[in-house]
Design a protein around this ligand. Structure first.
Ligand SMILES: [Fe+2]
Length: 284
């Protein structure tokens, strides 16, 4: 690393420190949900301490997605009807949305596009993890939600350096390479540093750190491969890109590690996009 890069690296770390942690109630809920035998009463009490979270969960439970005939009005009722796993997912969505949904002018992306990318990568990753038996599938969902959080830190530096090539749609699959060229580090590494600070589980940190180079991942190669593919499929679906563009971009290691034949890819991608579009209707 040359001297300029080292100075900038200190600035990256300072920027990471300036990003506030997730809100306290969702953080406590996520900790509580690590235990399989979570007490429903404790969970309901905790959710009720964050009125905005409780309202979001109520809204979702009453949506057409679940199709319950009667109106659901209490948190304990929701927990027993939709289950702990769904509650965990909704809490994560709520906790992460406010951190991720920000315009990133350096990248030429709106907050809505960034959030849509996070959510669709999460849904796609969970779908693929389920299909390939990589459990618990919540890890894939969480990794998808956080896949590009490092861009929030790098955005300021991209604006400062006036790096225009990163906004070019032609370079949409090469963000990370341009970042490395200019900063010696990319958004996946920055995200991993941020998530270490937030005390996230190792498999989520590693899958995000290596999502652009799954073959180099020291552990959790299948989860990393799932995230790699879901990230590309989500990008392609948001920007309506041709399927052939990312067929050439997907790392063959990821396909091999998940035992996906190249000629099955188009069908798999279509299924993932369908799953993403169905689930997204509930969140937008
Ligand atoms: Fe990425």
């Amino acid at each position: 690393m040359d001297e300029n890069l080292l100075i900038e690296f200190d600035d990256f770390l300072e920027n990471i420190d300036n990003i506030p942690s997730l809100k306290p109630v969702p953080t406590k809920i996520l900790k509580l949900l690590k235990d399989e035998n979570t007490d429903v009463k404790n969970l309901a009490e905790l959710i009720s301490k964050d009125p905005s979270l409780a309202a979001n969960i109520l809204k979702y439970a009453n949506s057409s997605f679940f199709g319950f005939k009667q109106k659901i009005t209490s948190i304990p009722q929701i927990i027993s009807l939709i289950g702990i796993r769904e509650i965990k997912k909704l809490t994560l969505i709520y906790a992460i949305k406010s951190r991720v949904e920000k315009d990133l002018k350096g990248y030429g992306l709106t907050g809505k596009q960034i959030w849509k990318h996070s959510l669709s990568a999460a849904i796609g990753a969970q779908f693929l993890a389920q299909l390939k038996g990589i459990y618990p599938t919540e890890n894939a969902f969480t990794s998808g939600l956080l896949v590009d959080i490092g861009k929030i830190v790098l955005n300021d530096f991209i604006i400062k350096r006036n790096i225009k090539s990163i906004k070019d749609r032609e370079n949409i699959y090469k963000f990370h390479k341009i970042e490395r060229e200019f900063f010696g580090i990319d958004h996946s590494e920055i995200a991993a540093l941020l998530l270490e600070k937030w005390d996230f589980p190792e498999e989520i940190i590693i899958s995000i750190r290596y999502h652009h180079r799954p073959s180099e991942s020291p552990k959790y190669k299948k989860l990393t491969s799932v995230l790699h593919i879901a990230d590309l499929v989500s990008t392609a679906s948001i920007f309506e890109l041709d399927v052939n563009d990312y067929e050439t971009t997907i790392d063959s290691f990821a396909l091999k590690s998940l035992k996906i034949k190249f000629y099955d890819l188009k069908e798999l991608v279509d299924l993932m996009i369908e799953e993403i579009e169905n689930a997204e209707k509930e969140f937008f």
